[in-house]
Design a protein around this ligand. Structure first.
Ligand code: FAD
Length: 486
């Protein structure tokens, strides 16, 4: 059933007391999907969203003529990915990202053109990096999607960072630098912080290590018509769950037969709660009784990547006439990666840029004027003087968003998967977990988030079948018992 956004969208301040079978916290792709599936299964659902809008890390800005630019998630790879299939199920198709021509690579002053999947580097670095990439492709095939911690060499791969692995396995400076660039632009984190096992699992979700930062044949190949935020809203329209905005959840009291979810001036009582906020943020909610240490410490360790996204708008995508795709990557510039983010008809021209990893913090501390100056200087270096004259620039710093705090997604440092991995999705009594980071499958992506919403709905339906229908009791009840993951 389709409804207009607004029909069941309420301001929490007008609804201080709520009751439903399931309370869903967070209305990103994960929460919306969970609510949708649970409603379909006949549960009453109340979705609580802290922001005044739905969609979480998907966000569009209208630019006229019914077109949008995307400030959050944007790309999807394989046409059979969970997000692409879900989009088709609600009548949303995809369009290709422009990829006709040369890409640019900046090695610290010299800008070279290249075509194909591997950026232009010296022959020695190409062989060196190519062999390492092949090794990674072989290793990732041993990593089970649902449980990377069960890979045969999980302990070994989870005990080192991607940077120490790179130093052992890539000898040339240029090859190492390329690995740093791919991890920093693809995962928005320094390779010195990320576990090898995490990179292997993550690249399984993108259809391969090389696909991670590739347009044609890779994870950057497609965009949703109308933008990914349009998809989130279309999915939300098909949820008949009552949705409350402005509802920042601060506390969850959990008992043997119900949960009480509350924030400033409101309280929601349900039989179960789905926490569909990013794992690092789930640790900022207060739980009573306190969560078991394995879950609490998971939230202390899984951490967000760092990125600022920029969109520069031009009358036309002038770089195309110069034979360029609009993609530029840099070993040295804080503006690590640029892509053509124009609408399908190429009007206006849009350059999408990412400042990622450690550089995002340095740039984030600059004044607005200095940030703009830096961005335009780098655009001009890549694409010439016209790139210095956009008619608009939009900046989105997800690290500064109180209900996100990082970008694009979280990542696992060494030791996390093997020590805490099962706790990502293990329910604690009547508290269930969803979110792009709550499952290792297509970790950190729109697909991962949607998959997690479907998974948690199935979990709750199965738990309720074991429990019997039950009744809501808003009284104190007995504290919940925790289940061990070990
Ligand atoms: C700049 C950027 C680029 C990206 N690019 C891509 C891409 O190209 N392809 C791709 O697949 N993925 C991409 N991603 C990742 C993708 O956006 C996320 O994986 C996905 O949207 C996460 O969905 P989610 O529902 O798990 O979490 P979120 O979207 O983070 O939703 C969580 C919701 O919970 C709410 N919330 C938080 N705390 C509380 C609280 N205490 N109480 C109530 N509500 C709360 C938030 O406001 C939010 O609405 C990108 C992300 C960013 C930021």
């Amino acid at each position: 059933m389709t409804r207009k956004i607004g029909e069941t969208l309420h301001d929490i301040s007008e609804n201080p007391s709520i009751e439903a079978d399931v309370i869903v916290v967070g209305a990103g792709f994960a929460g919306i999907t969970a609510a949708r599936e649970l409603k379909r299964a006949g549960k009453s659902v109340a979705m609580l969203e802290a922001r005044s809008r739905l969609g979480g890390r998907s966000l569009s800005r209208p630019i006229g003529d019914g077109k949008v630019v995307e400030l959050g998630c944007e790309f999807h790879g394989q046409s059979d990915s969970v997000s692409a299939r879900t989009a088709r199920s609600v009548g949303i198709g995809s369009h290709k990202v422009y990829d006709d021509g040369y890409k640019l690579i900046d090695d610290g002053g010299r800008i070279a053109r290249w075509k194909g999947a591997i950026p232009k580097v010296s022959p020695a670095a190409l062989v060196d990096f190519g062999q390492a990439a092949l090794r990674i492709e072989r290793m990732r095939r041993e990593v089970p999607q649902e449980a990377p911690w069960q890979a045969p060499h999980a302990v070994q791969w989870d005990s080192e960072t991607m940077w120490s692995w790179t130093q052992r396995n890539i000898r040339t400076k240029a090859g190492r630098s390329l690995m740093r660039l791919l991890i920093e632009s693809g995962m928005a984190a320094s390779p010195a912080e990320v576990s090898v096992l995490h990179v292997l699992n993550y690249s399984n979700g993108t259809g391969g290590f090389r696909a991670m930062t590739t347009v044609t044949g890779g994870t950057l190949e497609n965009r949703f018509v109308g933008g990914s935020h349009g998809l989130a809203l279309r999915l939300a329209q098909s949820v008949t769950a009552e949705t409350y905005v402005g509802a920042a959840v601060r506390r969850i009291n959990h008992f043997s037969d119900h949960v009480r979810v509350s924030g400033s001036g409101f309280e929601a009582v349900g039989r179960r709660v789905v926490v569909a906020v990013p794992v690092p943020l789930s640790g900022r909610i207060e739980y009573d009784p306190v969560l078991p240490a394995y879950r609490d410490q998971l939230t202390q360790r899984l951490t967000f990547g760092s990125a600022i996204k920029y969109l520069a708008l031009y009358d036309e995508p002038f770089w195309r006439a110069a034979g360029l795709t609009g993609m530029a990557i840099s070993h040295t510039s804080p503006v690590r990666a640029v892509l053509d983010g124009s609408p399908p008809d190429g009007s206006p021209g849009v350059l999408t840029a990412f400042v990622t990893g450690p550089a995002a913090h340095a740039v984030g501390r600059l004044s607005e004027g200095k940030r703009r100056e830096l961005l335009l200087r780098e655009f001009v270096r890549y694409f010439g003087p016209r790139a210095g004259k956009p008619y608009d620039i939009i900046e989105q710093n997800w690290m500064a968003e109180p209900y996100t705090r990082g970008c694009y997604h979280a990542y696992a440092p060494p030791g996390l998967y093997t020590e805490y991995g099962p706790a990502l999705k293990e329910p604690i009594g009547r508290i269930h977990w969803a979110g792009a980071e709550s499952v290792p499958v297509e970790f950190g992506s729109m697909s991962g988030a949607i998959y997690s919403g479907q998974r948690v709905a199935t979990e709750i339906i199965a738990c309720d079948a074991d429990d019997g229908p039950g009744h809501l009791t808003a009284g104190p009840g007995k504290p919940a018992t925790s289940r061990s993951v070990l």
